[in-house]
Design a protein. Structure first.
Ligand code: NAD
Length: 253
C-alpha cells in the first residue's frame, strides 16, 4: 500500500472524530461530471458559461435556458454511490465519522447511507413552487421538465419550465445558485463539526467556491488530509496530500 494511504488509514483507524468535506470530485466516479476538471462542465460548450447559467439572475430572467442546462447536466438519473460515498457511510455507522459536509447537490451520500450530511448547496432531490411553496421530489420535477419540453417549442418562454400542479407557479430546485446565500444553520453546524474535528479529510473539491471553501479555515487540528486529483490552493497547508481518485483511495482504508 502507498505510504500516504497507509498514514491516512492509521489516522482513520485511530480516530472517532473524523469529518469529511467534499465536492463534485466525490461523484465523478459515479458518472456525474464535476465543474473544473478537463472533461468537467466548464470545459464543455454552451451558449453561456455555467457560472452564468447557474446564477439567480439567470434563473429569473432565462428560466427556460436554465432548465435546458439543468436537465442535461444536473437532473441525472441512475448515478449510484461509489466507494467513497459507501466508505464514508460505513465510517459514520461505526461511530468514527461525525459528519459529511458536501458542496454536492446529488444526494448520493444519503443514498449510500450517510445520516449526518450537511448539504451546503442544497439538493436536486428537493424542489419547491416559488408561489405556493408546494414540494416536488426529483422524479416529479424531471417529469414536469419533460412534459414542458413536449408541450412547448425550443425558444418558447415555457419550454422545459416545470410548473406547479396547484397554482401554476414556477418550480425552483432547492439548490443554492450563484448570488444566493447559504443556509445559516447548515453553515453553523458545519463550522462546529470542523472546529471540533480530530481528522479533517477534504476530497474531490477544487476549493475554489466561496464561502463553502472558507469553512476549512475553522479546523484546529493537525491531521488535515487532502485527497484530490488536481492540485488545490490549500495543498501546502495539508498535513497529508494524496493525489488520486477518491474512490480508489477510500477503498483501501
Ligand atoms: P470542482 O469541479 O470545482 O472541483 C472538483 C475537483 O475534484 C477538481 O479539483 C478535480 O481534480 C477533483 N476530482 C475530480 N474527480 C476526482 C476523483 N475521482 N477523486 C478525487 N478528486 C477528483 O468542484 P467543487 O469544488 O465541488 O465546486 C463546484 C461547485 O459545483 C460545487 O458547489 C459543487 O457542489 C457543484 N457541483 C456539484 C455536482 C454534484 O452534485 N455531483 C457536480 C458538479 C458541480
Amino acid at each position: 500500500m502507498d505510504e500516504k494511504i497507509a498514514t491516512l488509514k492509521k489516522w482513520v483507524d485511530e480516530s472517532d472524530n473524523i469529518v469529511f468535506f467534499g465536492g463534485a470530485g466525490v461523484s465523478t466516479e459515479s458518472g456525474i461530471p464535476d465543474f473544473r476538471s478537463v472533461d468537467g462542465l466548464y470545459n464543455q460548450k454552451y451558449d453561456y458559461p455555467p457560472e452564468t447559467i447557474l446564477s439567480h439572475t439567470f434563473f429569473m430572467r432565462k428560466t427556460s435556458e436554465f432548465y435546458k442546462f439543468y436537465k442535461d447536466k444536473l437532473l441525472l438519473e441512475g448515478a449510484k454511490p461509489n466507494k467513497a460515498h459507501l466508505k464514508l457511510a460505513e465510517l459514520e455507522k461505526a461511530g468514527k465519522l461525525k459528519a459529511v459536509i458536501t458542496q454536492n447537490i446529488d444526494g448520493l451520500h444519503q443514498e449510500a447511507g450517510s445520516k449526518e450530511v450537511m448539504e451546503l448547496h442544497g439538493s436536486v432531490q428537493r424542489n419547491y413552487c416559488m408561489k405556493c411553496h408546494a414540494f416536488y421530489d426529483f422524479a416529479a420535477i424531471k417529469e414536469k421538465v419533460n412534459e414542458a419540453a413536449e408541450k412547448y417549442k425550443p425558444g418558447d418562454a415555457d419550454y422545459m419550465v416545470p410548473k406547479c400542479d396547484k397554482c401554476g407557479g414556477i418550480i425552483k430546485p432547492d439548490v443554492v445558485l450563484y448570488e444566493e446565500g447559504l443556509d445559516g444553520l447548515t453553515m453553523q453546524k458545519s463550522v462546529q463539526y470542523i472546529q471540533n474535528a480530530d481528522v479533517l479529510i477534504i476530497g474531490g473539491t477544487s476549493l475554489a467556491v466561496y464561502p463553502a471553501a472558507g469553512l476549512i479555515d475553522y479546523y484546529r487540528g493537525n491531521k488535515l488530509v487532502l485527497v484530490n486529483l488536481q492540485p488545490t490552493p490549500r495543498d501546502r497547508y495539508a498535513n497529508l496530500c494524496i493525489a488520486g481518485k477518491i474512490g480508489e483511495v477510500f477503498s483501501q482504508l
